[in-house]
Design a protein around this ligand. Structure first.
Ligand SMILES: NC(=O)C1=CN([C@@H]2O[C@H](COP(=O)(O)OP(=O)(O)OC[C@H]3O[C@@H](n4cnc5c(N)ncnc54)[C@H](OP(=O)(O)O)[C@@H]3O)[C@@H](O)[C@H]2O)C=CC1
Ligand SMILES: O=C1O[C@H](COP(=O)(O)O)[C@@H](O)[C@H](O)[C@H]1O
Length: 487
């Protein structure tokens, strides 16, 4: 991706005491410092509404690093990193409070990048506060966490509140799946290899499966999750972004708007799901108590903070049709759920069967080629194909074999950076390619809203599935109807 600016920044982290900031953002910033990717002049300013001395903030950050980093906290890097930290107490709903930031930022010499790691309900207040303190100029950037809104209408309200103060080219909407190495590799796979580039359509592909399975439940986030559900939490953003990258036409270049234009075209071609077809095209589920990795786990309704009644889905399976020339007749099957047997994100491309079988006598039906892109864990790419078994005994004895490229083997000395490292770096550099444009967010909401409406009109309720399984039986039936099965 092409970087646009290399100026030092004031990265202002609103919600610095929150879960995301401590678990992901601060450790990622630390890794950037360790890799020498933060400008020596760059500052990190944490904002929260609690009274804290500078020393207390530094130890909050240190504790977050020790708790959430997978590797040891390098002492030399820590000395450099801690010297970059500042803390500012602001109640983000109080517009007068933002004046306190003025003494900490230096807009003449540094670009101010404001990361809103807070509930979206206060994004508007933060923008107003920054404006009231005179802290917004043409270079100032804003990074917004997902999900933006609860539906199309509320997302428009939030985007309008931000757009009152920031242009689209100053606005960076995060979808952390776009920062994953394996997501970026999808671009390389598709557009740097002629074998795939020329076979990526309805002539060669039978169907596509995208699975994003999580072992975890709702992780103590009942308040947020019960309001959102798996459709808003994962499908509206992460799964539709991945689907768009798999399905889009080749962008003219890697610049932000070329890629985003192509993704948007895909979203606009998603066939609406309505009350007439929602039953055959969607499955929602909710986990009950079960066992994962030999450990008993509670059901959704027994989670901490749960109501006894809730129709929120923790699992979704969908058949998605894309109404354009490239994908005519090629269904995309999506499934995502919490409390699945394992954490697994993968895209599986099922190619079409051979039109004629010359190996009938020795082999019978020829299985089709399958390309699996393993996004996490065990990142890599796998291609299933048929080969002749060497030997003189049976002159055409075929066997299914795999070409298996594991990133950890092929790129032994390369560390796989967390998605947030990549995205924070891109935001600091001013490159929007890996951020979602407003029209993409709205197109995604518009399609997802249709499904919610269809569920409501048909009074659809989530079907139970025991934790530690691959979702309700209806998910397997959704595939079986089309004479297919999940991988
Ligand atoms: N956690 C995650 O894994 C993910 C989170 N996100 C998104 O990131 C954002 C943050 O999520 P998360 O960290 O989980 O949420 P948290 O609730 O843990 O953190 C939000 C922070 O915002 C602060 N805050 C809220 N209102 C105010 C206010 N008026 N003044 C000052 N501070 C305020 C809270 O302060 P206080 O502590 O005082 O309440 C809290 O520290 C959300 O938009 C979420 O959807 C996206 C993907 C994953
Ligand atoms: O955005 C979110 O993503 C995580 C899953 O992310 P991953 O990188 O671990 O696959 C999910 O657990 C969370 O509910 C959701 O808000």
């Amino acid at each position: 991706m092409v970087s646009q600016s290399n100026k030092p920044c004031d990265l202002v982290l609103f919600g610095t005491k929150g879960d995301l900031a401590r678990r992901k953002l601060l450790p990622s910033l630390f890794q950037l410092e360790k890799s020498g990717l933060l400008d020596p002049q760059t500052r990190i300013i944490g904002v929260a509404r609690h009274e804290m001395s500078q020393a207390e903030y530094v130890s909050l950050v240190e504790e977050a690093l020790h708790t959430f980093m997978k590797e040891d906290v390098c002492k030399v890097t820590w000395q450099r990193f801690m010297a970059k930290l500042d803390y500012c107490m602001i109640d983000m709903r109080n517009l007068d409070a933002y004046a306190a930031l003025k003494d900490l930022v230096d807009q003449e010499n540094r670009v101010m990048v404001n990361y809103f790691s807070t509930p979206p309900s206060i994004f508007g207040s933060i923008c107003k506060g920054l404006n009231a303190a005179g802290l917004i100029n043409n270079e100032t950037r804003v990074v917004l966490e997902k999900p933006i809104g609860h539906d199309l209408e509320s997302s428009k309200v939030i985007n309008d509140q931000v757009a009152e103060f920031f242009n689209e080219d100053q606005t960076y909407r995060i979808d952390h799946y776009l920062g994953k190495e394996t997501t970026l590799n999808l671009l390389a796979l598709r557009f740097a290899n002629s074998l795939f580039a020329s076979n990526w359509d309805h002539n060669c592909i039978d169907h596509v499966q995208i699975t994003v399975a999580e072992e975890v439940g709702i992780e103590g986030r009942w308040g947020y999750f019960d309001d959102a559900g798996q459709m808003r939490d994962m499908v509206q953003n992460h799964l539709l972004q991945v689907l768009s990258l798999v399905a889009m036409n080749p962008p003219v270049s890697l610049d932000a708007n070329s890629v985003r234009d192509e993704k948007l075209r895909v979203m606009k071609c998603l066939r609406p799901i309505t009350k007439e077809n929602v039953a055959e095209k969607t499955v929602r589920g909710q986990y009950t108590a079960g066992v994962i990795g030999g450990k008993a786990v509670p059901g959704y309704l027994e989670e901490e903070g749960a109501n006894t009644e809730s129709n929120t889905e923790s699992f979704v399976a969908l058949r998605v049709d894309i109404d354009n020339w490239r994908w005519s007749g090629v269904p995309f099957y999506l499934r995502t759920g919490k409390r699945m047997p394992e954490k697994l994100t993968e895209i599986v491309i099922h190619f079409k069967n051979m039109p004629h079988n010359i190996f009938k006598e020795s082999f019978g039906t020829l299985p089709a080629n399958v390309l699996t892109i393993r996004m996490q864990p065990r990142e890599g790419v796998e291609f299933q194909m048929l080969n002749k078994v060497p030997g003189l005994d049976d002159h055409m004895n075929l066997q299914e074999t795999k070409l298996d490229l594991s990133f950890s083997e092929a790129f032994k000395d390369q560390r796989i950076a967390d998605a947030y490292e990549r995205l924070l770096l891109e935001a600091l550099l001013g490159n929007q390619s890996l951020f979602v444009r407003r029209d993409e967010v709205e197109a995604a909401w518009s399609w997802v809203d249709g499904i919610f409406q269809a569920w409501e009109e048909t009074n659809d309720k989530p079907k139970p599935y025991p934790a530690g399984t691959w979702g309700p039986e209806a998910s397997a039936l959704l595939m079986a109807k089309d004479e297919r099965e999940w991988d």
